[in-house]
Write a protein that binds this ligand. Structure first.
Ligand code: 0X9
Ligand code: CA
Ligand code: ZN
Length: 451
């Protein structure tokens, strides 16, 4: 969940910014007063899942191997390492866990006074230029209205709280299902990763707006069906905007009174493989849910995916500035490792000259940390297609973590556009060469192989 790679002095600035947003969220929240107070959630002597900013603390634990090993099992929200300590965003339930694991910690809230530059234009609206659910809905429908031949909005499901999950289709003859390469781009499994809504949305906008003037865009749009689901977790995003900026999961009310399932641990391939890559504890930031595909949001993606014949998938997240591919559940490479690596390397190579940002790449389970039940292991596991998690900038917490300045949205999109165009070229070309409809046999399907 965004583990740092280096430390430096910018730590202060970053945290000041975070605290500022935090403060703003509290103000809004005070005015709205929807969420239960913490006392309401302490039932029968049990502290329930933290949800509001004032319920959480930043604590630090000494970076010491035995502590690190115990921490791994707790599924806490690790923020960064600094001067030999690990900083953690912890709610009351998390503090209980640290207590029962006998891990000593220090409260660090005093280190981060609210100063510094806002990263979104808080004076106009709290999410600045980032899309809220409603703003995205409006903008998607506007794209369809402006480019009726090329863009169409589909509703592929609903969230727990009844918000629509939209898929934007971009293609020539968009109302017809043609024999063209299908590629899927997903955004915002995780609520606080706001930039991951913007990148896929802007990709769709770019393709339709440049269709008439850019012959390559025209060719790619004609030869493929690009599907974009910019907001997989609408309830979580709204919660992150209006209540608690650091929210990650969806908004399921769990049996123990805590909230949220980590949608990127709820997919059905090797779901719950172990308790390192996901957690069985409802209050955990990486809670996998009660069953594979227990969540309406992941079911929407599953059913939509299975109704099509996708040849590649990208799921945008933040942060770490790295391109990841399966497997995530193990450090062992897949049988397609060299091909997955080669495509990732090419994407990173095309991205770098745009703004000078260097994206790392590698197998997810070996590069970042283990996960199970994530989107890309599932897509690769069941359909054998190249599936990438692109962790958008910055590289680390010190570079801003989940809080990308509005001014960076455009440049982050521009570099990611090059990676997306590369994938489209690869598959649009492939289906041209094959002249065969449906899935190209770029990768061998697992189901077709002898076990
Ligand atoms: O933990 C995640 O779900 C992703 N990182 S994030 O900080 N955006 O939460 C990483 C998923 C990478 N995929 C695998 N490791 N399988
Ligand atoms: Ca078409
Ligand atoms: Zn994420």
């Amino acid at each position: 969940m965004g583990w740092p790679r280096k430390a430096g002095k910018r730590i202060w600035l970053v945290f000041l910014l975070g605290t500022l947003l935090w403060g703003a969220a509290e103000i809004i929240q005070g005015g709205v007063g929807v969420e239960a107070r913490v006392e309401d959630r302490v039932g029968e002597g049990r502290v329930q899942g933290a949800a509001r900013p004032e319920d959480s603390a930043i604590v630090s634990v000494k970076k010491w191997p035995p502590f690190e090993r115990s921490l791994e099992a707790l599924g806490l929200d690790l923020l960064f390492e600094w001067k030999g300590r690990i900083y953690i965003l912890a709610g009351p339930q998390d503090l209980e866990r640290l207590n029962s694991a006998s891990i000593p910690y220090l409260f660090e809230n005093h280190r981060f006074p609210a100063l510094g530059q806002p990263q979104v234009s808080l004076l106009t609206k709290i999410n600045g230029n980032y899309h809220s659910y409603k703003e995205l809905e409006t903008d998607l429908k506007a794209l369809q209205a402006k480019f009726p031949q090329l863009a169409r909005v589909h509703r592929i499901g609903q969230s727990h709280e009844g918000r629509n999950i939209y898929a934007l289709k971009i293609s020539d003859n968009v109302s017809e299902d043609e024999e063209e390469a299908e590629v899927l781009f997903l955004g915002c499994h995780h609520a606080r990763e706001w930039i991951s809504v913007e990148v896929p949305y802007l990709l769709g906008k770019y393709l339709v707006e440049n269709y008439a003037t850019d012959p390559e865009v025209e060719r790619l749009v004609n030869k493929s069906e690009v599907w974009i689901v910019p907001l997989v977790n609408p309830d979580g995003l709204e919660y992150s905007i209006y209540f608690y900026r650091y929210w990650r999961k969806n908004r399921r009310l769990n049996a123990d009174g805590s909230y949220g399932v980590d949608l990127n641990r709820n997919y059905g391939y090797l779901w719950g493989f172990d308790n390192v890559g996901s957690s069985p504890e409802p209050g955990s930031a990486v809670y996998r849910g009660p069953a594979p595909f227990s969540e309406p949001e992941t079911r929407a993606i599953r059913d939509f995916f299975l109704s099509k014949n996708f040849q590649a998938l990208v799921s945008y997240h933040s942060y770490s500035q790295i391109i990841l591919y399966p497997w995530g559940y193990t450090t062992k490479p897949s049988d397609q490792d060299s091909l997955l690596r080669q495509i990732a390397a090419k994407m990173a190579e095309l991205m770098e000259p745009v703004n000078g940002r260097v994206y790392g790449y590698g197998q997810a389970g070996a590069s970042l940390y283990l996960t199970n039940g994530d989107t890309t292991d599932w897509a690769f596991g069941v359909a054998g297609i190249p599936a990438y998690t692109i962790e958008l900038p910055p590289i680390d917490q010190l570079g801003g973590g989940f809080f990308n300045p509005e001014a960076d949205i455009h440049s982050i999109f521009q570099e990611n556009l090059q990676a997306a165009l590369h994938l489209l070229r690869l598959f649009a070309q492939h289906s041209e060469r094959n002249q065969t409809p449906g899935r190209t046999k770029l990768l061998t399907k697992r189901s077709e192989k002898s076990k």
